[in-house]
Design a protein around this ligand. Structure first.
Ligand code: CA
Ligand code: CA
Ligand code: CA
Length: 258
């Protein structure tokens, strides 16, 4: 009886995901982000949830005004610059703020990107229009940095390209939004993305990004009844187990044998 109850309760916590079925929770930050394109300290991103593939690690967190994203492109060992948008290293974060998915892009869908141009890292923004992406001027407050210095990265110090992005939350202001992350290694001309099977112009294939008002590791008040039910189920289970007979003889202190 206990097992079905716990499975039912945990299913209730997880909820039903839309779109690809992938999900990442964006927790409230405990450590401020220094936007320099990398793990500035070993603690900077430990308060963020992570999703990863063999080639890319992604972490997200937020404060009152901004969402922060760290993308470790661990499979890209060096920065490749190019004056062309079709070459060179870059990253994109796609967001579906209305979380209405669809087989085609819609006007509420945005792309936030950064690419290594000939001299500097260049910000990019795109907007859904006519089922495809249309480039637009980056909004005020959107920032990004990139680095290949991983000397303070607590996960791996081998050189690779990483990105940090800061996105104003007013443009993605919903408790749950659709999201997709991608990077390109210019040297190889390959894109890598999460969710792995997602497509850039099909929001139905993106993940759910759920904002939490709490830091990572803390429970929300809405989950307390479910947690209480789990505790009650466990207590009921153990109360039904008959007590073992004591092997101690009458009149002899417990634990004392001869
Ligand atoms: Ca940093
Ligand atoms: Ca949309
Ligand atoms: Ca590269």
């Amino acid at each position: 009886m206990l097992f079905p109850i716990i499975v039912m309760v945990l299913s209730g916590i997880a909820g039903s995901y839309a779109h690809s079925g992938e999900k990442i929770v964006c927790y409230s930050l405990s450590h401020a982000v220094q936007l320099d394109g990398k793990w500035t300290t070993a603690e900077e991103w430990i308060d963020a949830a992570e999703v990863s593939t063999a080639a890319v690690c992604i972490r997200v967190k937020h404060d009152e005004a901004r969402m922060y994203v760290l993308i470790d492109h661990v499979a890209d060992p060096q920065i490749d610059r190019s004056p062309s948008i079709n070459e060179g290293d870059l990253c994109w974060i796609y967001a579906d703020p209305n979380h209405d998915g669809g087989e085609k892009l819609q006007p509420d869908d945005y792309g936030f990107g950064a690419r290594w141009a000939a001299q500097t890292l260049t910000l990019m923004m795109a907007k859904g229009a006519g089922g495809n992406w249309t480039m637009m001027a980056p909004i005020s407050g959107f920032e990004a940095r990139s680095s290949s210095d991983q000397s303070t990265n607590p996960k791996t110090t081998s050189p690779h390209v990483s990105y940090e992005l800061s996105i104003p939350k007013y443009i993605i202001a919903n408790p749950t939004v659709g999201a997709r992350f991608s990077v390109r290694d210019g040297a190889k001309g390959v894109f890598r993305q999460w969710p792995i099977q997602s497509r850039p112009i099909e929001p139905d294939t993106w993940a759910d990004l759920e904002f939490s008002a709490l830091p990572i590791g803390e429970f929300s008040m809405s989950q307390l009844p479910l947690i209480a039910l789990i505790c009650l189920s466990v207590t009921t289970f153990f109360l039904k187990i008959p007590p073992r007979r004591s092997s101690a003889r009458p009149g002899r202190p417990m634990g004392e044998t001869s």
